[in-house]
Structure formats: C-alpha cells, structure tokens
Design a protein around this ligand. Structure first.
Ligand code: ATP
Ligand code: MG
Length: 556
C-alpha cells in the first residue's frame, strides 16, 4: 500500500517535477538556549527524513545569533540528542560564523536604498509602528542618504554608539497590513560577549534577518518551521530576494510552516521546565517525568519509538494536541519483542517452600522472551526461599483473586506448582513470611496430573536476588487541575514519583549496562537509570506499564 504523502512532500515533489529543485537541502536550526524536547524531535526527524528520502542533505546548525540567552552547556546536549535520534550530518554549523557575510548583506541593502539607520528610541519605534488596525508612521530618519547610512552603520559596528542608540531597519512599508513588514529592525547595537566570536561584534543581526540569510548561505531549499512564523514569511522572502539570493518567493530557500507538536497535559515550555528544575521539583532537565529528549532517553524510550511516534502524529497545518498514551504505545510496541523478560518482586514478600530441601539450589532454563526465540534462554536459580510481589499474596482475598492465599495453589512461573499453607505476621500486622509447599512433579510449571491452577505468579530466588530501587512514574501534571494554575505555575501531581527502595530482581540483571531495558514480567517495561544506578545500588525506572486502554485510530 502506498503511504499518502504529506503536504510538504507534495510541495517538494512539485519543485522537483517542475525542474526547480535538483537537490533537497533541509536543516534543523536550534537556538542553544535550552534542552530539546519531543517537539524538536519531530522537527529533527522531519527535516532529516526528507533529506534522506530525496537523497539530499541535512544541515545541523546552531542559530547562535543572540548571545544573551545562549549557553555552551546546551550546545553539547543538543548535539547529543540529534545524534541519538539518528539524524546524520556532515559537520556542526554555527550561524555566528556568518556574521561577516550578514554584515555585507546589510551594507548591500543600504547601498540599494533598502535599509536605513534609525535613531528613534525603542519606545518611539513601537509607537510609530501602529497597530493591527492602524497603519504605522514613517520614521523621521527614513530618508537619510545612502552615504549617511553607510557611515552611521559603520560607526554602529565600530562601537561608536551606546547600546540601543540606533538600529538598522529595512525600508519596506510602514502601512503594510503585516506588521512584520513595517520597516523591521535588522541590526541592533548590543555589547555582549559571544561564545564563538567573543567581543568582535557589538552589533548583532535580528532573527528575521539572520535566519533567511543562514538558509540562503547554505543553499537550503526547503526551510521548514512552525506555524507561528507564517506571518514572517513575506519578510523571509524580502530578505532573501533583496540580498540577491532568489528572484521570486517560489525560489529557494523557501519557508514552509507546519503545526507544532503539543502533548496533552504535558509541560514543554522551556521557562516552565527551567523553573521546575530550579525549584528542585524535578531532578534536572533529564528527570524521567519530563519530555525533553534527554529525559525520554533516561526514562528508557528508544529512538525507534520516538520515530514511530512522530510518524503516527503526522505532519499538518493545524495545531492539535496528542495524547501521551500514544508515546507509551510506541515504546511498548518497540520493546515487546526486543526486551528480555525477567522477574522482579516489587513490595516483596518472602515465601518459604517448607518441603524444598534446605541448602539446595537448582537452575531453571527460562526463555528470555516467549514471543522472540532469538533472544535465547537464561538460567535462573530457584531454592527454598523466594520473594514474590506484594500484590500476589492476600490474607483474605476478594472474589476472583487467583494468586496466592491460604489454601490456594498457583503456578510459580516456569518453576513449580506451589500451594500456600500458612503465613506469619509481625506485631504491626505486616506479612513477614508466607509458608508454602511445592509439587516436585510439576517442574517447569506443568501440571503433573491434569489438575489446574488459575494463577501464575513470578518469583525471585532470595539468596541470589539483586536488591534494587525501583522508581514508578505518573504524569508530572495533575490532570484534574490542568497544566498551569492561575499564577502560571505547573500543577504538580503529588504522586508523579513513587520510590520503592527495596525491591528484588533476579540476578541476570546484574551484568546489564546502565540504560539497558527489560520487561519485568506482569509489571512493566523498565530500564536501568543512567544517572543514579551503580553495581552496588541498582536503580530501575519504569518506562511504561504493560497495559493501556490506548488504541490507534485504525485499531478495531
Ligand atoms: P520552545 O519555544 O518550545 O522552547 P523554540 O522554537 O524556541 O522551542 P528553537 O531552538 O528555536 O526552539 O527551535 C528549533 C526548531 O524546532 C525550530 O525549527 C522550531 O520550529 C522547531 N520546534 C520547536 N518546537 C517545536 C514543536 N513543539 N513541534 C515541532 N517543531 C518544533
Ligand atoms: Mg526559538
């Protein structure tokens, strides 16, 4: 079945068919002012995917033209995220390397009578700009001569003006219905040290001037951005055309807008996350409850699951928000066959098999994934003392509880039929041990005589068990209250993190690397926390539980 093409592919197909475009060149241009999130993943995978699909090129460029907000820490993390998602690029590009060429372009505009130095104050410029319903007024400096403008602009560059004393503006149309076209600012004076160019510049280009030029310099054909830039497209084209890079809006580079990815009841805004990090509500930008790419990686999401998620979201022109459950669906689907299935006892209860020989341990061969034979088998120890999960035993079970309770027989997964005989409690009423007997004839968990058991539970051999911390997550946001409260703070779900300090996991996990993923049978998918886990103190994150009510729109 041929997949339907999205509207961006339709545009590119047409450009190729009509002979306008020989090679598709796309880019991902993050501002290094924060960590990337799931929305950026969409942009990365979209741009990279198109370059790959059309046999073109993908550029990874830091849009580092605005020194105040930028930080070297972020360039490292952004690069790591892009590489982790599998987007390949030749070299890392920096917009700041083009400052000289941008300056040249500004000089050209001045010489062509298309830009002027304006000495109005910031407030005056705002006042003169007009409103959505009223046209703006021309600046009194609009008719400065080319010579005067060249001289003043050079002085701006040479540091002869105070910050904010004047700006370079495009001479377009103060009455344009599009406010972006009312003589937008191209350059400002600002004494700031830039991480790349140091103190070489005291004037910096504005985004709307710099960005189209960066695309033009690199020969970008399709410059894909989000919808809020739709109103900036005429200015994008004006810059590219008037600086001599194309003749008409249909030429290249060409800006195309698509809808941002939003997740329902999820915090994505940088400033909100920053606040949560600073207040200590979350454990850094990679706290597994967040949806920064670093957090998703730490939580245990795979690049494949994110690719599939982005694909399912599709590309469109209208903003809509996607349910987090779809992301969970994608990781479950990805790990279902890939992850080893091991046994872990959360909120453990000790089980003693009274008729099992003391001091004996046997090794049971257990498949690593019943649905994927390729993952092979492993040897799991079984002996007299075991742990089971706290919710697999009940003193007084309700109806339809088929797990362990006094008098009931169950299957210990891949091991034996085991019957509960009695239990012990401490003074506070906590169960301290459950006493059982096993049927040696039921080895492998098979019925020896046709008698049936209704429950199958997992277990961990006590002596060899790995004691581990397990972290369970729920949405960081209190879904009843919504994401933000009236003061603009996040409504944090008090149950978003549950730490189970003493859990027991079968010994096969001991050799695993940080980041490795498992299914804990009957419990969920987990990974080893890359930040806090060590051989001495293992820490597991629950990526996602096993079941959900989420259905793809195409599912019956
Ligand atoms: P935010 O405001 O969410 O922090 P941003 O737009 O400031 O993000 P940039 O570094 O400027 O972040 O963005 C880099 C690229 O990622 C841009 O092309 C932008 O359009 C795209 N992008 C940002 N957020 C989303 C999103 N939610 N969905 C899809 N693409 C996005
Ligand atoms: Mg931005």
């Amino acid at each position: 079945m041929e997949e339907s093409r999205n509207f961006i592919e339709n545009i590119i197909d047409k450009d190729i068919k009509e002979g306008r475009c020989k090679k598709v060149i796309t880019r991902f241009p993050p501002e290094p002012n924060g960590y990337l999130h799931i929305g950026h993943a969409k942009s990365i995978l979209l741009n990279y995917g198109l370059a790959e699909e059309y046999g073109g090129e993908f550029h990874f460029r830091f849009d580092d033209t605005n020194p105040t907000k930028e930080d070297v820490e972020f360039t490292e993390s952004i690069r790591k995220d892009v590489e982790w998602l599998g987007a390949k690029f030749d070299s890392v590009l920096y917009a700041s390397n083009y400052f000289d060429r941008m300056y040249e372009c500004a000089v050209k505009l001045i010489k062509d009578g298309k830009a002027y130095v304006c000495s109005l104050s910031a407030d005056e410029i705002r006042e003169y700009r007009g409103t959505l319903t009223e046209p703006g007024k021309n600046s009194p400096y609009r008719e400065r001569s080319v010579e005067e403008n060249l001289e003043l602009f050079e002085k701006m560059k040479n540091g002869e003006f105070e910050d904010g004393a004047c700006v370079l503006r495009a001479k377009i149309d103060m009455a344009s219905p599009n406010i972006n076209m009312r003589d937008p600012i191209l350059y400002r004076v600002a004494r700031m040290t830039h991480h790349n160019t140091g103190d070489k510049w005291c004037i910096y280009p504005m985004y709307d001037f710099a960005h189209p030029l960066e695309d033009a310099f690199e020969g970008i054909t399709h410059s894909i951005c989000t919808l809020e830039f739709e109103d900036h497209r005429p200015l994008y084209d004006w810059v590219v055309i008037n600086c001599g890079f194309k003749d008409e809006p249909e030429g290249f580079p060409k800006q195309i807008e698509f809808a941002k990815l939003y997740l329902t009841n999820v915090v994505t805004g940088k400033r909100y996350i920053k606040k949560l990090v600073e207040e200590g509500t979350v454990d850094g930008w990679d706290d597994p409850r967040l949806v920064s790419i670093a957090a998703l990686r730490r939580r245990g999401f795979t690049p494949e699951s994110i690719k599939n998620f982005v694909k399912l979201c599709g590309i469109s022109k209208s903003n809509a928000s996607v349910d987090y459950a779809m992301l969970e669906y994608c990781i479950r689907e990805d790990l279902k066959f890939k992850a080893k299935r091991v046994m872990a006892a959360l909120n453990p209860i000790k089980v003693v098999i009274d008729n099992y020989p003391e001091g004996q341990t046997e090794m049971l061969e257990i498949p690593n994934n019943l649905e994927n034979e390729e993952l092979g088998t492993r040897q799991v120890p079984f002996s007299r003392e075991l742990y089971i999960s706290g919710d697999d035993f009940m003193e007084e079970p309700p109806k339809k509880y088929f797990r362990l309770f006094p008098g009931n027989e169950v299957r210990f997964m891949n091991a034996y039929f085991v019957k509960c005989e009695s239990f012990e409690k401490d003074e506070d009423g906590n169960i301290t041990a459950v006493h059982c007997t096993y049927d040696p004839a039921s080895k492998g968990g098979n019925s020896p005589d046709g008698r049936k058991v209704k429950g199958t539970i997992h277990w961990v051999n006590a002596e060899t068990a790995v004691k581990a911390e397990v972290r369970l997550y729920e949405n960081l946001v209190d879904e009843e209250l919504g994401v933000y409260n009236e003061e603009g703070n996040v409504n944090v779900n008090p149950n978003s993190l549950t730490i189970l300090k003493e859990c027991y996991v079968e010994p096969s996990v001991k050799e695993a690397e940080n980041g490795e993923r498992f299914q804990f049978v009957r419990t969920g998918f987990f990974n080893i926390d890359s930040k806090d886990s060590s051989r001495e103190h293992m820490v597991f994150n629950r990526i996602v539980s096993l079941k959900s009510s989420f259905k793809l729109p195409t599912d019956k």
